[in-house]
Design a protein around this ligand. Sequence first.
Ligand code: HEM
Length: 306
Amino acid sequence: MPQPQKGICAEPNLHALYLMFNVIDEQDHAIREKLAKILDVFNHYDEEHYEAMISGVVAIGSNYWMELYPGELPLELAPFPDMSCEDRSAPVVPSDLFIQIRADRADICHAIGVEVYELLKIHVELVEQVKGFRYLDGRDLTGFVDGTENPKGMKKLDVAIVADEDPNFTGGSYIHVQRYRHNLDRWNQVEVEEQEKIIGRTKSDDVEFLSHKKARFAHTKRTSLKDDEGNSLEILRQSMPYGNMKVQGLFFVSCCKSSKPFTKMLESMIFGDETGTYDKLLDFTTPETGAAYFAPSVDFIKRLGK
Ligand code: HEM
């Protein structure tokens, strides 16, 4: 199988740097070459600082893909789904390139980010840069552990990486990104017992509620979905908290071998179930951006970057 990019199935890290760019010139050939060079930069730092658990992802925006790699379109690549219902919505803020840099050292994320920017800067506008960090024992800033029910071990590949269903894009992954801004003043006024109902798990020791005891509005109820054949829909979440003294939230990243599970989960959160019961977590956090990308295999980027 063509080699997937290392950052897609990487274990959680202490630090991340997320960069979003829009391409402002038509030097597509130069950009293809530079994306291949970015993979070399990731490798170089990984060899020099093995202990820092460095990984990266280079992903191409759904709107930009056909310009960069004309003629070869991943089967399920689609724009970020536009949704809104009552006061809940998922804003669509596309960008051409998404670079995820992760390591257990903030200085290394920074150094790699600078090299990536040096390579790309004559062709692009930097539209967003977000630093992610591990909070306590892998918690979101709401205080709940995030990532517990993620697939583990080899199952990660199964969930996140395109296999034979799209032979031209084996080893790739559909990426959905949303920057959520939390209203922690509001969240922190809610009793822990009620917060636990909203997530569907206990707060301090992260124990899942029995399925029939979960509220319809619980986040883990709204996102635990099955397809028509009764198989669980799964994504690999690679989200991390971000923030400063004024603004805090979750930089949500979903990696999947199909673009559909994320879309179905987000629909279930925003529109709710058949009774219209939506995900109550959305009363306390708001997505401010949303974009869809495809992260092709290392082999693909190298082959087309010659
Ligand atoms: C589970 C937080 C957005 C999909 C969880 C859990 C937490 C959490 C605390 C429980 C522990 C775990 O299994 O990871 C958040 C926060 C979000 C957010 C704070 C936004 C600010 C999303 C979005 C999706 C999603 C946008 C997908 C569209 C899932 C899934 C699970 C989960 C699939 C596992 C459900 C299960 O099988 O129990 N999330 N989440 N989350 N979340 Fe989210």
